[in-house]
Design a binder for this molecule. Structure first.
Ligand code: ZN
Length: 276
């Protein structure tokens, strides 16, 4: 599922293709992917040009020349592509915008993504800070307020925006923190390591254009390369790059969680459930 590095890569690859261009019309639209329901996207978009494309958390925010905004969330399988007007239409294309000789297409087979019309409203609605700008002291304050397992706390977009399963597992391994450690019990020094690990993991992933596990591609149609550099994610049973201990996998809050039981010792008084 696309997380911050993948969404950032989509934004970076979309900008040269879409910035400054005009939506001549909405060619096709599946209405139930638009929130709020009933928004007349055709009337809102036709004749408008794109002034900015930015990422906030996992959202791709478009600012139009009339200052209205909307965002696209890629959900689990969403893709945005700019293709020539005559390109064959792939299945599950839910939105097609006319750019003149080209089309901006949003497709999303599993339909967890969609289009959210913001108008002149705020883009944030309770979303936490961006992890690449977040100071360790602020992260410590936010984690100190919750007794949840650190993995679950970091999945919560209100605590920190943009992180998901892959990069949390990778950052916790880099910081040598067990995913079940209660967030409020992390020592200041551990939160400092975690803060640095989150930033370095995300920045490396952005440099490698994100991770492609199944269907993620950027706006050029290119897959990411960071999956080859994962240290724990999707590596259950294979040796830890640091200590050769086999990586373990547990299910936490319905999500696969990967860690090294030697580098990331279980928190005291809390035995890790056995791998599944
Ligand atoms: Zn290890």
């Amino acid at each position: 599922m696309p997380e911050l590095p993948e969404v950032q890569t989509v934004v970076t690859t979309l900008r040269p293709k879409v910035l400054g261009r005009t939506f001549h019309g909405v060619i096709s639209l599946r209405r139930d992917i638009v929130t709020p329901a009933g928004t007349d996207l055709r009337a809102r978009l036709e004749g408008r040009s794109v002034r900015a494309i930015e990422r906030r958390g996992k959202r791709i925010i478009f600012t139009l020349d009339d200052d209205n905004r909307f965002y696209i969330h890629l959900g689990m399988t969403g893709q945005l592509a700019v293709v020539s007007a005559g390109a064959p239409l792939p299945p599950h294309t839910h939105l097609e915008l006319d750019l003149g000789d080209e089309r901006l297409r949003f497709r999303d087979p599993r339909r967890f993504g969609g289009v959210w019309w913001l108008g002149a409203g705020a883009t944030d609605d309770g979303m936490g800070p961006e992890p690449l700008d977040l100071r360790a002291a602020e992260l410590r304050r936010r984690l100190g307020r919750t007794t949840r397992a650190i993995k679950n706390a970091l999945l919560d977009q209100r605590v920190v925006a943009g992180l998901g399963n892959i990069y949390i597992d990778e950052a916790l391994h880099a910081a040598r923190i067990h995913p079940l450690t209660p967030a409020h019990r992390l020592a200041p020094e551990a939160v400092g390591r975690l803060s640095r690990a989150i930033k370095s993991t995300l920045n490396r992933a952005i440099r490698h254009r994100g991770s492609t596990l199944r269907d993620y591609v950027d706006a050029d149609g290119a897959a990411g390369g960071f999956q080859r550099l994962h240290r724990v994610y999707d590596r259950a049973g294979r040796p830890c790059h640091r200590c050769r201990t086999p990586i373990e996998r547990i299910v936490l809050g319905g999500r696969s969680t990967h860690f090294c039981p030697a580098c990331q010792p279980a928190p005291r008084g809390r035995r890790a459930p056995r791998g599944t």
